[in-house]
Design a protein around this ligand. Structure first.
Ligand SMILES: Nc1ncnc2c1ncn2[C@@H]1O[C@H](COP(=O)(O)OP(=O)(O)OP(=O)(O)O)[C@@H](O)[C@H]1O
Ligand SMILES: [Mg+2]
Length: 271
């Protein structure tokens, strides 16, 4: 698709996505549109299915029903081979960074480049250096993951995700466990990639500060559905009870309905 064409269609779209694991139904009809060039954050309690949602966008999980569209193309039935091409344009920063422990930082960041990019070692080295500089870690190429702090590991995970200059980046809890300075740095990086390269981002987090620092749009996942969605300002001001409950920090009470028990969008009376 041409650049002009891509500017018209959602970067990612979920249509009536359902997914169960065994008897536990996690996604129960998720509808979500991520506009191109924007940053959308999915909020939700622990275990609400945020990571499961993200994994559907790159075909790491397949829905029981519903459709997944990437840049207007239905990838729901794609083969593993077809998905490789999708993952070149849509990359994911995994919860917990997921670096290869036996490979040094250089090889970790170079990994997707070697998979997808026919380039000389000099070009690869150049790209690796630029990606590490972009996440504020110049010169750490020869360190092993075990020699990095948690925050550095996260940032190397981001460097690897941006190495192929993808059009869409999915961030699963990119700041959890980081100190405030590193949290801010990741937020700035997400914004910077959007501004400079027009990258679309989907961020999964339960950290409100990051959410409102980076998001154009915010969606709340609850009971297997998008309970509410809107611009960052709309969501901040929303009077929707589930949104208020989440934003006011009682997400534990609001989100720990066990999907197995068939609780369906009901809210506990307040007070
Ligand atoms: N591969 C899997 N096999 C079985 N169950 C799974 C699998 N992946 C996720 N689940 C279940 O689906 C539910 C949602 O998981 P998910 O990881 O998406 O939660 P989350 O919203 O990302 O939570 P957290 O904020 O803790 O990361 C959980 O109950 C989890 O146990
Ligand atoms: Mg998760």
């Amino acid at each position: 698709m041409s650049e002009a064409g891509r500017a018209q269609v959602p970067a990612i779209e979920f249509r009536e996505l359902t997914r169960a694991f065994g008897r536990k139904s996690v996604l129960r009809g998720v509808n979500l549109v991520v506009p191109p060039g924007q940053t959308l954050t999915i909020l939700g309690g622990s275990g609400s299915g945020k990571s499961v949602c993200l994994k559907h966008a790159i075909g790491l999980l397949r829905p029981d029903s519903g459709r997944v569209l990437v840049e207007g193309v239905d990838i729901t039935g794609y083969t593993e081979r077809q998905l490789i091409a999708v993952r070149k344009n849509v990359s994911m920063v995994f919860q917990g960074a997921a670096l290869f422990d036996s490979l040094d930082v250089y090889e970790n960041v170079a990994y997707p480049l070697r998979e997808h990019w026919r380039a000389s070692e000099a070009e690869i080295g150049d790209r690796v250096a630029r990606c590490l500089a972009a996440v504020g870690l110049p010169g750490v190429e020869r360190l092993l993951p075990a020699e990095l702090s948690g925050g550095m590991r996260k940032r190397v995970g981001v460097a690897r995700a941006i190495a192929l200059e993808p059009r869409v980046i999915l961030y699963d809890e990119p700041t959890t466990g980081l100190d405030p300075a590193n949290q801010r740095r990741i937020g700035e990086l997400i914004r910077d990639l959007q501004r400079r390269l027009g990258v679309t981002s989907v961020v999964v987090t339960h950290e409100l500060e990051l959410c409102f620092a980076v998001s154009d749009r915010v969606a709340l996942l609850k009971d297997g559905r998008i309970a509410a969605e809107g611009s960052a300002d709309e969501m901040r001001e929303s009077q929707h009870p589930a949104v208020r409950a989440f934003l006011e920090g009682i997400q534990d009470a609001a989100n720990q309905d066990d999907p197995r028990e068939g609780v369906d969008g009901r809210f506990a009376p307040e007070g």
